[in-house]
Design a protein around this ligand. Structure first.
Ligand SMILES: *[C@@H]1O[C@H](CO)[C@@H](O)[C@H](O)[C@H]1NC(C)=O
Ligand SMILES: *[C@@H]1O[C@H](CO)[C@@H](O)[C@H](O)[C@H]1NC(C)=O
Length: 461
């Protein structure tokens, strides 16, 4: 009976329109100080509790967008009997708690388990969040007792890691790596009999990654530290790249070869470029997989902001995620051999790198960001734009005029200057009132220019 009711509730909330949202909200607990008190100060009594918490700010637009999704997450976790409790906390009311958790932006989603807080950085959709909660709340290393289980996992996950062998120092490193990287991917352990026959192992124990219809074996001497190898190998070879993913790919330090195309454009130029990259990714996997990621990106908006350039679609760009340099081709790519040639030229240093993170590039970034901010303010609200930028400009021109005419009339400039001074203060007041307004309107007016900045900041870390 109870299960049936939950099922109905689930469907009703999923269709949302009919019901008061308050009903669905019942599955998300509003957390306050007492939660933290119970969770942290009385660890013993609640040490097995696992919480999925949305730290939000009441004025933030992205948080409002997340709210109905969050309620559905709460409902679904409850209805499937998950041990994960779902809550939300107004991070502005409990700012000290939020900062204790390292909450810097809104919304921040964290899974709290034992002493650890895991950050969720994926897309804010119900399925992705629930998948994350299952993965992180469950066993760190999941045993694969049979070949059937192995096949089942292979069908479900496009990328996963497997430890093969008994107790060993490598296994300890594997567990360490998993406790940090479980937020991104899946970790299993198995005996040698369980893995498919096509897998040949030179030695045991071993750590393998299964992806792209093949597998790669971790080699301590060639690949270095296990954690960083896992960070590099946790992506499929070919990806649909967006700004978020590009940010994530920054962890790999690899070169990313991207076909920048218009997905809606069905002309052969666009579709061919995508399939050339796919072909290179597949057929030259052994040669390039250590150093390269491949993919395509829909539209050039994001990449233009990132490169501070105007790329014409379709085109190919290769980004070096470890130093923010990029490589562009000056000719058309018509087949896979062209692309391979281009890659080899990049590797042997015959293609000139552009961009980078030198001081000059950073200055260029500041100017570029300022310019795009101004443009986007003018676009979204021309009146505000005129106010913000017109007024100081007006003041400056009046001052210039004053200086210019000062020769003609000595006393005049003083007076003008006084007037200007009082006027100069007003732009700040406008700035202030804008700052106060922004929280209420929520979203930043310039999301497009902010994301690449994140990439930049991350690099500096
Ligand atoms: C598709 O791309 C081609 C080549 O870039 C361009 O000439 C054409 O105008 C595009 N078509 C559409 C519908 O955008
Ligand atoms: C990418 O950047 C790293 C770090 O600066 C550098 O060592 C490497 O040579 C670069 N790769 C290419 C192909 O330029």
């Amino acid at each position: 009976m109870a299960a049936w009711r939950r099922g109905v509730a689930l469907r009703l909330c999923a269709t949302v329109v009919l019901l008061d949202m308050a009903f669905c909200k019942g599955f998300v607990e509003d957390l306050d100080e007492s939660f933290v008190f119970l969770f942290f100060r009385f660890k013993d009594s609640r040490k097995d509790d696992i919480w999925l918490v949305d730290f939000y700010a009441p004025w933030c637009g992205h948080c409002k967008k997340l709210e109905p999704i969050w309620n559905e997450v709460g409902l679904e976790m409850k209805s499937i009997g998950s041990p994960v409790k779902v809550g939300k906390m107004d991070a502005t009311s409990y700012s000290s708690i939020a900062s204790e958790f390292g909450v810097r932006g809104y919304p921040t989603i964290k899974l709290l388990k034992g002493d650890l807080a895991y950050n969720y950085r994926g897309p804010r959709t119900k399925n992705d969040i629930i998948e994350f909660a299952h993965r992180v709340s469950g066993a760190l290393i999941r045993p694969l007792p049979s070949q059937q289980m192995f096949e089942h996992v292979q069908k479900r996950h496009r990328v996963f890691f497997v430890y093969i062998g008994g107790e060993s120092p490598l296994k300890e490193k594997y567990i360490d790596a998993a406790s940090e990287l479980i937020v991104y991917t899946y970790f299993f352990s198995a005996s040698e009999e369980v893995v498919p026959e096509y897998v040949t192992l030179k030695e045991m124990p071993a750590v393998l990654v299964f992806k792209d219809e093949t597998y790669f074996v971790y080699d301590e001497y060639e690949d270095g530290d296990l954690s960083s190898w896992i960070s590099r190998e946790r992506f499929q070879n070919y990806l649909t790249v967006d700004g978020f993913l590009l940010y994530e790919l920054g962890d790999t330090g690899k070169l990313v070869a991207i076909a920048v195309i218009d997905e809606k454009n069905t002309s052969t130029e666009h579709t061919r470029l995508k399939s050339i990259i796919q072909e290179v990714a597949r057929d030259y996997r052994d040669q390039f997989h250590r150093d390269f990621q491949f993919g395509h990106m829909d539209g050039n908006d994001y990449i233009n902001t990132l490169l501070m350039d105007e790329l014409k679609v379709p085109t190919v760009v290769v980004l070096n995620t470890s130093n923010q340099q990029y490589f562009l081709l000056d000719r058309q790519i018509t087949n896979a051999e062209d692309m391979v040639q281009f890659i080899n030229n990049i590797l042997d240093g015959t293609v000139e790198a552009q961009g980078g993170d030198s001081i000059l590039q950073r200055l260029k970034r500041i100017v570029f960001d300022a310019k795009s901010t101004i443009v986007s303010i003018f676009k979204s609200s021309p009146l505000m734009g005129c106010f913000l930028f017109g007024l100081p400009l007006g003041v400056i021109s009046i001052m210039c005029y004053g200086i210019y005419t000062a020769d003609a009339d000595g006393g005049y400039i003083e007076e003008r200057y006084e007037v200007s001074r009082s006027e100069i203060e007003s732009p700040e007041q406008i700035e202030e009132s804008k700052a106060q307004q922004e929280p209420r309107t929520g979203d930043s007016p310039v999301p497009a220019v902010q994301e690449p900045k994140d990439v930049l900041e991350k690099k500096k870390d």
